[in-house]
Design a protein around this ligand. Sequence first.
Ligand SMILES: [Fe+2]
Length: 376
Amino acid sequence: MQKSLPSLYYHSDKIFAQEREKIFCSDWFCAAREEQIPAPGDVIVLNILGESVLVARTKAGDIKAHYNVCRHRGSRILPEPGEDLPVGIKLNGGILGASGIRCPYHLWTYGLDGKLLNAPYTKETEGFCKAELSLYPVAAELWGGFIFLNLTPERAAREGRTLKVSFGEAMERVKRYPLRDLSTARRITYEVAANWKIILENYNECYHCGAVHPELCDVVPSFRQQGGASLEWEQGIPHKEGAVTFTWTGKTNRMPFPGLDENEKMRHKGELIYPNLMLSLACDHVAAFSLWPQSPDHTTVICDFLFHPDEIKRSNFAPGDAVDFWDLVNRQDWEICKRVQQGTRSRVHPFGYYAPMEDLSLDIRRYVLNRLKQPV
Ligand SMILES: [Fe+2]
């Protein structure tokens, strides 16, 4: 038995602020799927623990990211999704197709690569140098069709922390899955009343599966054996006899992804890519969860269900057998995570324990503590 993180770590605003700075603003994290911005001029605006960031497909077809802040007076340039203007108010600026974006305040215009293109009436201004006034950069790298961002790009570059250096081992483990070629057939967004680390810890252990996920354990009986102590994730987790995937029956009319090995055609794999991407890989679909911490006790979880485009094109494509099954399993998890969030607030519970079969959850303790002790 090992001590869990102190209960305070799941509830304190101060710890949350440290995690924001030392984890989400320092490490690479998963932000989106490339397919969300397929064409030049496509832009998404994301809020990462309070930092507004825009991710764009440039004229040249690259993906670039920047802080959503004008270099002039600091105005936010683009509204965030769902942010409506008050009735009767109209602002100029916005996205100008592939040519760039314009701040609504003094109409400074930037290319989607971040360069300042035009600032009205500044030509004669002494000391004004466009080249020094690009948007504040955010690093963007691509892997498996996912867009990863780093909000402190200079430091990551200085320390040699590329995406590959950070996640190379996980990438290697799932290299045969054609993640980049897959398309999102369904997206479900969950609002979970739990700290983001509780969700990761829950994902990292199957001790709870027998109690919380009876339907899942019917398809994957080894999840309930010995509290999930002897699961071999490297080789993949076998299903019940005759089953090959996470659906109600364990069967599917979809072809396995091209390129998988014999184990991967029959078994289930999972990866947790810190700090916010959980991947569940079946032979015919992938459930990709990205976590968006909103506050110490609230996390938005975006769950994308990825399928091969050849299957999506088929007239009988019906992803509900996987999606609805997952949706039940997910909601079971969120409910139990909420209970942990509630219980760990009690004055009598300064910390909990990880049992031996929850070994992988120890990783989170290490990951978080290592980072929080680092200077910003
Ligand atoms: Fe679970």
